[in-house]
Design a protein around this ligand. Structure first.
Ligand code: PEP
Ligand code: MN
Length: 357
């Protein structure tokens, strides 16, 4: 249930509602806007009818059920869109944010060269995998702690916040010391133990959508983080499994980006690298993602993709990334349909308009 406080409510009235929500057996989560406040009452086992009765309490505007199983993530429980700070970079604000860097950190030179180039091209957050979830145990698994140290050095030298993946609860503390944002990879979206622990971490989380997860499952995974106390969550659409297995690696579900922005107050970004798996589709997919409302992008970049130890086929080289960044601000093509005079004179043939050129 959501208890919407009326404009001009007093602190005592709000406190009374918080106390009553607890007495009714629910946990209160309060969001304060400039004029209003919202108290989301979540949990199971409480007395719902007692909550409904709070509509009559002083300072309350309305009490409404939350329409979806995800509660704190729902737009209903927060009037404004959430902005997540990663270092000094704001995700979910006016400007779209680009995170870029190699799939895997491979060496100091590879990371530093990439970071410098993506920063110069306009990216504001550096990505780089230290612990890699690989489909095959024989593939490169990441440099681990060595990569974390490199990320920390480059972060300091370039003043760029860093996002990197956490695969195990055992690594959360260590990775938190080296990175500004913790990525939950697609394969771990439903690792509830990991989510519960990350809810207690004092770092923002980038929550990728599982390749086979529905939008509801994805938002419920985010609910674990918010319910456990971490409000700084950014969602990431990275492509889902579909019947297409040959031409693209995954199917980038851009409608889900728009949908999630309707259903939730959390920022959402798109990953066209994993979402398409093809270097040639990353620029158009990036433009489409921003056009549909994504709050940002995460893109894989490597100084020499053919030598990359992971995901080379979907990594842009430094020039390609620079070109992509320049193209992101180009206008989408205008809507037309009117035939210009260059097309010639219009004639009617059998009742249809045709043009002679
Ligand atoms: C990655 O970001 O390199 C990665 C492994 O992503 P995903 O979890 O989306 O496959
Ligand atoms: Mn990758």
């Amino acid at each position: 249930m959501v208890i919407n406080m009326a404009p001009g409510y007093s602190e005592e009235q709000l406190q009374h509602i918080i106390d009553r929500v607890k007495e009714c057996g629910f946990q209160p989560h309060v969001t304060r806007g400039t004029e209003r406040a919202i108290v989301a009452a979540v949990g199971s086992g409480g007395v719902r009818t007692a909550l409904e009765a709070l509509a009559a309490a002083p300072g309350v505007d309305s009490v409404v059920p939350i329409a979806h199983p995800f509660k704190l993530v729902s737009r209903q429980t927060r009037g404004e869109r959430t902005r997540v700070m990663v270092g000094d970079v704001c995700i979910g604000g006016e400007e779209a944010v680009v995170m870029a860097g190699p799939c895997s950190v491979e060496s100091r030179e590879q990371l530093f060269t990439t970071a410098q180039a993506v920063k110069a091209a306009g990216a504001s957050i550096l990505r780089g995998g230290a612990y890699k979830p690989r489909t095959s145990p024989y593939d490169f698994q990441g440099l681990g702690i060595e990569a974390l140290k490199l990320l920390r050095q480059v972060r300091k030298e370039l003043g760029m916040p860093v996002v990197t993946e956490v695969m195990s609860t055992a690594d959360i503390e260590l990775i938190s010391e080296h990175a500004d944002m913790l990525q939950v990879g697609a394969r771990n979206m439903q690792n509830y133990d990991l989510l519960r622990q990350l809810a207690k971490a004092k770092k923002p989380v980038l929550l990728k959508r599982g390749p086979s997860a529905t939008v509801k499952e994805w938002l419920l995974a985010a609910e674990y983080l918010l319910a456990g106390g971490n409000q700084d969550v950014v969602l990431c659409e990275r492509g889902i499994k579909s019947f297409e297995t040959e031409m693209t690696r995954n199917t980038l579900d851009l409608a889900a980006v728009a949908l999630v922005r309707e259903l939730s107050h959390l920022p959402v970004i798109a990953d066209p690298s994993h979402g398409t798996g093809r270097r040639d589709l990353i620029a158009p997919a990036s433009r489409a993602a921003l056009a549909i409302g994504a709050d940002g992008l995460i893109i894989e970049v490597h100084p020499c993709p053919e030598r990359a130890l992971s995901d080379g086929a979907q990594s842009l080289n430094l020039n390609e990334f620079e070109r992509l960044m320049k193209g992101l601000n180009a206008p989408i093509r205008p809507i037309g349909g009117a035939v210009s005079s260059a097309m010639g004179d219009k004639q009617k043939v059998n009742g249809h308009s045709v043009y002679s050129v």
